[in-house]
Design a binder for this molecule. Structure first.
Ligand SMILES: [Zn+2]
Length: 249
C-alpha cells in the first residue's frame, strides 16, 4: 500500500479490529450492485469510496426528475441518461481507486448468471419481487453472498443470504416465490428520500463488513420503520422444503 492509500484509509486502519490485511481483502474484492435507484446510489458510492477494488454496476433505467431527491449522484442535467453511466462518471472522480464497470441493462435469466459468477458478493438494490427471486436463485446456485434490501414509503427491510451456511435461509425460504406479490413501486406509493438512503447505507455497511471478514447476521430479517425510528429484527428459519436452497445447492 502506498502513502496516499495509507492516508486515504487511515481512519479505517485506526480501528482496533481492522488492519491492512482487511483493507487489502477489500481492495481485491469484486462486488456486483444491481439497481441504481434510491438504494443503489448510496450502495455504489459507499462501496466505491469505502475501498472496494472492483464494482460492476447494472441497471437499465435512465434518470428522471422525480428520482433526484433520493438518487443523489444525479442532477437535473442528467435526465434521460443511463443511471449507471452518469453515476459511474461521478464515482470515478470521487473514488478513482475503484475500478468501475457499468452495464446498461435489466438483469434476466440470460445475463445474470455470468455476472454473479464473477462477483465475490452481490447487492440487490432492485424493486421487483420476481427480479429479487431471480438474483437470490443465482446467488444460491453459485454460492455467492447476497445483501438484499427493499424500501417503500417510510419502511425498509434488510436480509443477508449466505449460501455457504446450510443452516441459514435464502430469500425464497422467507418469501415463497410462488406467493403472488404486488410490487409496491415508489411511483405508486411514494418513498421518503432518506428512508431509501438509510437502507442503502445499511446494505453498504453490511457488505463492507462481510468483505473484510466481520460477522454478518444471516437468518434474520431486519425491519426498519424510519418514521418512528424503530428497528426490529425477526428470526427467519431455513425452509427445508425451499424450492431454491432446500436441496443440495
Ligand atoms: Zn431457501
Amino acid at each position: 500500500m502506498n502513502a496516499t492509500e495509507e492516508l486515504l484509509f487511515s481512519r479505517s486502519l485506526l480501528l482496533e479490529d481492522f488492519d491492512e490485511a482487511a483493507l487489502q481483502q477489500l481492495r481485491r474484492s469484486r462486488v456486483l450492485v444491481i439497481g441504481a435507484g434510491g438504494l443503489g446510489c448510496p450502495v455504489a458510492q459507499y462501496l466505491a469510496c469505502g475501498g472496494v477494488g472492483q464494482l460492476h454496476w447494472v441497471d437499465g433505467d435512465t434518470v428522471d426528475l422525480s428520482n433526484l431527491p433520493r438518487q443523489t449522484l444525479y442532477g437535473p442535467a442528467d435526465q434521460g441518461q443511463p443511471k449507471v453511466e452518469v453515476g459511474a462518471g461521478r464515482l470515478r472522480t470521487l473514488a478513482p481507486h475503484c475500478e468501475l464497470q457499468t452495464t446498461v441493462a435489466y438483469v434476466d435469466e440470460t445475463n445474470l448468471p455470468g455476472w454473479i459468477e464473477q462477483a465475490d458478493l452481490v447487492v440487490d438494490c432492485t424493486d421487483r419481487f420476481a427480479t429479487r427471486q431471480l438474483i437470490n436463485r443465482c446467488c444460491v446456485r453459485f454460492g455467492k453472498r447476497l445483501v438484499i434490501a427493499s424500501v417503500i414509503q417510510w419502511a425498509g427491510q434488510l436480509l443477508m443470504v449466505d449460501p455457504s451456511d446450510h443452516q441459514a435461509p435464502c430469500y425464497a425460504c422467507v418469501f415463497d416465490p410462488q406467493t403472488p406479490q404486488t410490487d409496491a413501486a415508489c411511483g405508486a406509493y411514494g418513498v421518503f428520500s432518506t428512508a431509501a438512503g438509510l437502507l442503502g447505507l445499511m446494505q453498504a455497511h453490511e457488505a463492507l463488513k462481510w468483505l473484510t471478514g466481520f460477522t454478518v447476521k444471516t437468518g434474520r430479517l431486519h425491519l426498519v420503520d424510519t418514521k418512528s425510528l424503530q428497528f426490529d429484527s425477526i428470526v427467519v428459519p431455513k425452509n427445508p422444503g425451499c424450492s431454491v436452497c432446500g436441496g443440495d445447492c
